[in-house]
Design a protein around this ligand. Structure first.
Ligand code: NG1
Ligand code: ZN
Length: 540
């Protein structure tokens, strides 16, 4: 290893000392001013990771998703487009926290030794970034680390997070039987549009769809996709809104999927006309929320739980029609934040199993892999549907016994191409929703009628020390601090159909309290009471 080269390059990209850096659910995410040294060190780690995996390509995405414009983040993507393996998260944390440039180079060498990595073997890393201006300097820091370690590097420049995941998988599967697609942004658009045509099977989408792009990267990318799409074939008429990426300060400001989900209302601008079909993406286009504003009843939101139930019910129907019932297993994966009514609908109405995992896509993704079809969504709109290689093979090879079976098998096959298999992808999920609504002949209101959500409230609670809060049972209960869960249980007991839990956020310095109950006022009251309990136990 060229220790001197690493030390010299590192000196150009200092970390801000005294900050505890931790690779969390969103990689490293914080104020962009603090990230230059972090991006450099993530470069070192991805170079190691690529060499550990026999030179397979590793992806690095620079984004802070739905956070304000001043923040940024750095996240590593494994070769198949999934999240960095958990064990390596702690290597990332240690590498980033090395106090001096010399100790950094020593730890890099030590990791290579312990993990038996041949530093002279080839390594390759690709990168993408969202539209935040700070991304440009962070990419430079990353590139410097890759140059210092003689790692091959391609900068794909501005991308959505799911596009970077797609490209990583494409590169690593190119030329193999599992080739995922053409290694280019255009290849991504062509794959999605072609699969969209095939999935619709001649059906037409009805009604304009206005898409609020959070003034983030999803805006220009969606417009790009639409250049490859012939709306006369599909009926899909998209109006791209909130796509101003020239004024960085408006990113995620009063718009986007996170705004809509947390405020439970439509963005103030542009004002949705009553009855119009709307959806919102977040700042890096991996979350999706649908909604409309009803002239009589007001705003109505269809979140990640709704997308999961819609997809699960459609795929289960296709299974029956294809004669695959009982042959392949479908499962729905949720977190504790899923509305209780959605869980009940999947278990009792759709008769499908539900698994609850801790927050964070890597947990959901992992659990989804144990099904032939794993539908996973966080309530906030991040999720996808995973098809196992066996399932995809079955769709292609099963001999249909009737035209209806043939149709169902071909629809399933097309869906497996339409839905991003690496990570939740708002643009791909949006096309999936449009396909399902077109097949069912449903409006957003029909979709909303499937079940009624329990009123719920999510509260952020500032505490002295969030690390005091430790959970068990897929984060639905607190094991620590002692006594806190008992008090929450006593409180929940007083309400009808109620549920509440508290946990430390993995991305912010705070705790989150979720509560649902039979009525809006009860849900609000319960959330506030549990928040007060959390505050009391939260330390100075
Ligand atoms: P934290 O901050 O750990 O609650 C939030 C979201 C997650 C996930 C991550 C990563 C909620 C309640 N939590 O995690 O679902 O999306 O950010 O972005 O929405
Ligand atoms: Zn996001």
């Amino acid at each position: 290893m060229d220790r001197d080269a690493i030390i010299a390059a590192s000196k150009k990209h200092d970390i801000v000392s005294g900050k505890p850096y931790k690779y969390g659910t969103a990689g490293f995410r914080m104020s962009a001013d603090l990230l230059d040294g972090v991006a450099f060190r993530v470069g070192l780690l991805s170079a190691l990771r690529s060499r550990k995996l026999s030179g397979q390509t590793i992806g690095v995405m620079i984004t802070a998703s739905h956070n304000p414009a001043v923040d940024n983040g750095v996240k590593i993507v494994d070769p198949m487009g999934d999240m960095l393996e958990q064990e390596w998260e702690s290597y990332a944390t240690s590498l980033v926290n090395a106090p001096t440039h010399e100790e950094l180079a020593d730890y890099y060498q030590k990791l290579a030794d312990t993990l038996k990595i041949d530093l002279s073997s080839p390594g390759k890393v690709i990168a993408g970034r969202d539209t935040r201006p700070s991304g440009i300097t962070l990419v430079t820091a990353l590139a410097d680390a890759l140059a210092a370690t003689k790692t091959e590097y391609i900068d794909f420049k501005i991308l959505t997070t799911p596009q970077l995941h797609y490209l990583t998988r494409c590169i690593n599967t190119a030329g193999t039987p599992g080739a995922y697609g053409e290694v280019s942004e255009v290849g991504y658009y062509k794959k999605l549009v072609e699969a969209f045509y095939r999935s619709l099977r001649g059906r037409k989408v009805t009604g304009t769809l206005s898409v609020d792009c959070a003034n983030g990267v999803g805006g220009p990318k969606l417009s790009e996709l639409l250049k490859h799409h012939d709306s006369t074939k599909t009926g899909l008429d998209v109006k791209v809104c909130n796509d101003d990426v020239l004024r960085p300060e408006v990113l995620n400001l009063d718009c986007g999927a996170d705004f809509v989900k947390t405020r439970q209302r439509a963005p103030p601008s542009p004002k949705p006309a009553p009855g119009d079909r709307w959806c919102s993406l977040d700042g890096d286009a991996d979350r999706l929320i649908y909604y409309w504003v009803d002239p009589d009843t007001g705003f109505f939101m269809l979140d990640g739980d709704r997308i999961a139930t819609l997809a699960a019910s459609f795929i289960a129907d296709l299974f029956r029609n294809a004669g695959l019932d009982g042959q392949l297993r479908i499962g729905v994966i949720q977190t504790a934040y899923a509305n209780g009514a959605s869980t009940k609908y999947v278990e009792q109405h759709l008769q499908l199993p539900v698994v609850c995992t801790p927050t964070g896509v890597k947990h959901l993704h992992h659990a989804a892999c144990s099904y032939d079809i794993g539908v996973y969504f966080e309530a906030n709109g991040h999720g996808t549907v995973l098809f196992s290689p066996d399932a995809v093979q079955t769709f292609k090879t099963k001999e249909p016994q009737s035209p209806a079976q043939k149709d169902a098998l071909e629809t399933l096959s097309a869906l497996a191409d339409l839905i991003n298999q690496t990570v939740g992808d708002a643009i791909s999920d949006m096309l999936m929703v449009e396909v399902i609504l077109a097949h069912k002949g449903w409006s957003l209101r029909d979709w909303a009628m499937t079940y009624s959500d329990l009123p719920n409230r999510l509260v952020r609670v500032e505490v002295g020390n969030k690390d005091l809060f430790q959970t068990t049972d897929a984060e639905r209960k607190l094991s620590h601090p002692a006594g806190c869960q008992d008090e929450i249980d006593q409180c929940v007991k007083k309400y009808t159909n109620a549920r509440s839990f508290a946990r430390a956020s993995g991305t912010e310095n705070a705790c989150r309290v979720y509560a649902e109950a039979a009525t809006r006022s009860e849900a609000d009251e319960l959330a506030n009471k549990v928040a007060a309990i959390v505050k009391k136990y939260g330390g100075e």
